[in-house]
Design a protein. Structure first.
Length: 417
């Protein structure tokens, strides 16, 4: 095992206090949005090997099979296929979607063939991989995820009583579901009159405290409008459901589903990709034509994912991908100790209390916000009195012959969200 030296990413939407409070340090007054744990080349964690600190991506590249396991290398190539984060949002992130694997590969090849530099602001596909992700709330967490049914969207637009919204509401009531959502979503992104965005923002602010059926949702959208004044993405966001997670609940974000994080602290795991197509609430590039190819225009209620307690006490957050597998361990609460198999690479982070990790090469003590990396083949015993989140590759990607005694999940049944 290796203790990880990690990097905090300072984006404008980050909370100035949430991560410092978790880490037990004084805030410095600046937004601290994400703490990255993994081998992403933009901010790889550092590990000590041979008396020297080395970036984890370089360590993996020097011995992919030894670090990741032969099965993971065959499945994902010579790279750690996931990134673990602590995420602290104090303002809305961009409304966005992610491509599926085929769309990402095709888009990356197309932009490469066109000679668009990887760091160009108008480049959409930074790599050839999909980007499913999951977030587990550590505090009450708010976001937007998935389209409302078209007729429900129409009722919300009617309730705002804003001149200019009636034609969109009529489309949502009269057209087939997917066609209606596509037409109105496209129109809202196609530079609507600035005064319409402003009038909607004022109507949301007026209605947020007035009670009634839409009061709570209006308050959510009014917060979005305050954070992104004049952004036409506000109108597109009205078609997307607010979602609220209690601590311990999770949200899985699959391809083509519009979503945005709004506020809260959570543990996020994602496939190792930078492919994001933004729909609005951002100053960055919005490729409307490509976006409309990727978005899945189907309503869906974003249900909270709750952990399944497996034999051995490990609490698994199931996701229909094998790039990552996320679970929660609570030594001292659910059981005295956990013994984790080493079928694939693991990143473990303590989010509260104290934890102790023991492996072949020694022990590590973790406090809140501290993390560790264990290469494939390293069995880890977890004890203590805290909470630890464990990210590794999916069971199908690890493909081992046998499972050591300890946290033994059943064969994973993939369920859709």
């Amino acid at each position: 095992m290796d203790r990880l030296r990690t990097t905090i990413r300072r984006y404008d939407w980050g909370s100035p206090t949430a991560l410092p409070e978790l880490l037990g340090v004084a805030p410095d007054g600046t937004p601290q949005a994400e703490l990255w744990m993994g081998a992403h080349p933009a901010a790889p964690s550092l590990v000590e090997r041979g008396g020297h600190l080395r970036p984890l991506d370089a360590v993996v590249a020097s011995d992919p099979a030894g670090e990741l396991g032969a099965a993971a290398v065959r499945r994902f190539g010579p790279r750690l296929p996931f990134l673990l984060k602590l995420l602290a949002a104090d303002a809305p992130l961009s409304l966005q979607v992610h491509p599926d694997a085929a769309q990402a590969a095709a888009g990356y090849a197309r932009e490469d063939a066109a000679g668009i530099p990887l760091d160009a602001p108008h480049r959409t596909y930074r790599d050839a991989h999909h980007k499913p992700e999951m977030i587990v709330a550590l505090s009450p967490f708010e976001g937007l995820c998935g389209f409302r049914p078209a007729r429900e969207c129409a009722r919300l637009l009617d309730a705002l009583e804003v001149a200019g919204l009636a034609p969109y509401a009529e489309v949502l009531r009269s057209r087939p579901e997917a066609d209606a959502l596509r037409e109105v979503f496209s129109a809202f992104l196609a530079s609507p009159a600035p005064d319409l965005v402003a009038r909607v923002a004022r109507a949301l602010a007026r209605g947020a405290g007035s009670g009634g059926e839409w009061a709570r949702d209006r308050a959510v959208y009014a917060g979005v409008a305050r954070a992104h004044p004049g952004d036409p993405g506000l109108l597109a966001a009205l078609l997307v459901r607010p979602v609220r997670l209690a601590p311990g609940e999770a949200l899985f974000l699959g391809p083509g589903v519009p979503h945005a994080y709004l506020r809260g602290l959570g543990v996020e795991v994602m496939a190792g990709s930078d492919n994001v197509l933004r729909c609005g609430l951002t100053a960055k590039h919005v490729d409307v034509a490509e976006l409309l190819r990727i978005v899945r225009f189907a309503p869906g209620r974003a249900g909270a994912v709750r952990p399944e307690v497996l034999p051995g006490g490990e609490e698994l957050y199931r996701a229909p991908v094998d790039d990552f597998r996320l679970s929660r361990l609570r030594p001292g609460a659910a059981r005295a100790a956990y013994r984790l198999d080493g079928s694939g690479p693991q990143v473990l982070v303590c989010t509260g209390g104290r934890a102790r990790l023991a492996g072949r090469r020694g022990e590590l003590a973790l406090r809140a916000g501290e993390s560790a990396y264990a290469p494939a083949g390293e069995e880890v015993a977890v004890t203590g009195s805290g909470t630890v989140f464990r990210a590794t590759v999916g069971r199908e990607a690890a493909r081992r012959e046998s499972v050591p005694t300890g946290c033994r999940p059943p064969r994973q049944q993939l369920n859709s969200h």
